[in-house]
Design a protein around this ligand. Structure first.
Ligand code: TYD
Length: 200
């Protein structure tokens, strides 16, 4: 595999879980040492922050939301991601700092560049090297999967902006991003992904 830190990204309901499961079995077969993490969450403190972020119990205004996500990320990176990579363990992440640029920067309208900068501080040099963007019209993905948490239950218009944010990211960082049409067949898409990761 040609990367130490791979992230899957996409709007809610884009199917990240199925891709991560398939990739895991493929990596196991190849005896590649890897660890799966998820954001928000991923560490003990992170799981606590995840509850604050996703529960309907709290009112979290956009800037606080962005800072909580980045605090979760700083902790996850220093506690798990950085030491794993230093020990030769590859990281497969369900979401990453790029989620914040799409969701908080573009979706919430805090600004693409501003949220990129905040996260540049939080990740301390550890942006994912490769990103697989599962691109899908949110109108389709939200029908596939009903999400009830505070962010997942947002309006369709919010997710449309998030998708635009992701597409902007994939253009700006086109050397790091592979954009997959998430409405196409999983097996065919996996072939494209394995080729891109030099895992075929
Ligand atoms: P989760 O249950 O992990 O959703 P999913 O299965 O779609 O990944 O909940 C994460 C929610 O938080 C999801 O709606 C995306 C959102 N999110 C942000 O808004 N900003 C971020 O930086 C991250 C990591 C997630």
């Amino acid at each position: 595999m040609n990367t130490d830190y791979l992230a899957f990204e996409g709007v809610d309901g884009s199917g990240k879980t199925s891709y991560i499961e398939a990739l895991s079995s493929h990596l196991e077969k190849k005896s590649i040492n890897f660890k799966i993490v998820r954001e928000p969450g991923g560490s003990k403190l992170g799981e606590g922050i995840r509850d604050l972020l996703l529960s309907h119990e709290y009112t979290v205004e956009p800037l606080t939301e962005a800072l909580l996500f980045s605090a979760n990320r700083a902790n996850l990176i220093s506690e798990i991601i950085k030491p794993s990579i230093e020990n030769g363990i590859k990281i497969i992440s369900d979401r990453s700092a790029y989620s914040s640029v799409a969701y908080q920067g573009v979706g919430r309208g805090l600004g693409f560049d501003k949220i990129y900068e905040i996260n540049d501080v939080a990740v301390d040099g550890y942006w994912p090297e490769k990103v697989i963007l599962l691109d899908i019209d949110p109108e389709v993905s939200l029908k596939r999967q009903k999400i009830n948490d505070r962010i997942g239950s947002s309006e369709l218009d919010f997710f449309k902006k998030v998708r635009e944010g992701y597409l902007q990211l994939s253009e700006k960082f086109n050397e790091n991003f592979l954009v997959i049409d998430a409405t196409l067949d999983l097996t065919d898409n996996l072939k494209t992904i394995y080729k891109w990761l030099e895992l075929d």
